[in-house]
Every structure is written in C-alpha cells, then in structure tokens.
Write a protein that binds this ligand. Sequence first.
Ligand code: URA
Length: 199
Amino acid sequence: MSLEDLEASCLQCQRCDLAKERKHVVVSRGQPSARLMVIGEAPGADEDAQGRPFVGRSGRLLDASLTEVGLDQEDDIYICNLIKCRPPGNRRPTPVELKACRPWLDRQILEVNPEVLLILGATASASLLESRTPISRLRGQWTQWKGRFVMPSFHPSYLLRNPSREPGKPRSLFIADLTQVKDALNGVVSGLTPDSSDR
Ligand code: URA
C-alpha cells in the first residue's frame, strides 16, 4: 500500500467510536519522504476542524521551535499523531482507541521510513515505547525502536503551560532535544547506531 492509498483509506476509517464525532480524520502534514517523523498524541479542536495535525497553539509552538533549531517542517519533516481522530474534550485516548488506530501509525512509519522519530509527550512515548518511565526521565535520551533513532520529548501543550525559557526549564530542554534531533539528522550522534536491518 502506498502512502497515498494508506491516507485515503485512513480517511474512511470506522475502527472505533471516535469516527462518530469527528469532523475530519487527521492523517499528516509535511514531507512524505522525510527523514524525521514527529508523532504527537491526538488531534485537538483546531486539527479536527482543519484536518491537519498540529495547526493550533501547540502546533505553532512546535513549528517555531523546529524553525529555531533549523528544521524546516515542510521540507525535512512528516508530522502525524498516535491516533487520527479527536477524542471528545481532548481527553486521553483509551486503550481501545489506541489499539484500533495503531495499525495506521505503523503503516505510516513503514511507508515514510524515517531515520528518526521525535515523540511528543507522555502518552505517545508510553504507547510507542511501551514504557512506564515518566517523560521527564525519558526525554532527551536517545533510544531505538525497530531500527530507528527515537527521541522522546515534552508535548508542546505542556510547554504552553510552562512557558519559561530559563535554562533547565521544559521549554529550553525541548530546544535541547530538538537540537539533538537536528544533529542526528546531520550524522552527529554518539553512542547509538540503530540497526537498519531491523526496519
Ligand atoms: N496535540 C497533538 O498531540 N496533536 C495535534 O495534532 C495537536 C495537538
């Protein structure tokens, strides 16, 4: 299945009850051949209205931060979410919803075939990495997932609630994490070599 076919099928998805209330399925934005995939949690109201991920306040902060470290979201990056439809009231996705939606994300990763995954927030990190480690400890540490570099970091909505840019505060740690991602894409990563035969 090509990425185009995948996205077209995803738009018709009825695998869980979120299909009943959504305005749009929110599949992706950015570059289908990107070396970096950014994975958020779930669409919010703005994303549900527009059918594109990270287009509200969190998205503006994400875009500004990516630009700040020199990553161009239209050229270098494919952006998507763990789940493709908005949970009512922006609640956390349930295990049933996560399970129903997961094959879409797995296919997106296979088709885009990014070298690096940037995972935003506790829910997406816990689900993708099957880890109970708090995001405050996971973030900033390279890990691997199926032969790809993975950088977990804070969710931009958390940074909106914690806007200080002082050193050591979440916003500056987020920039440090994005800088590590940028360096990895430039081939400057020490101590970790993902085995691409795992992909
Ligand atoms: N938060 C997310 O996790 N994803 C979006 O697309 C928007 C807000």
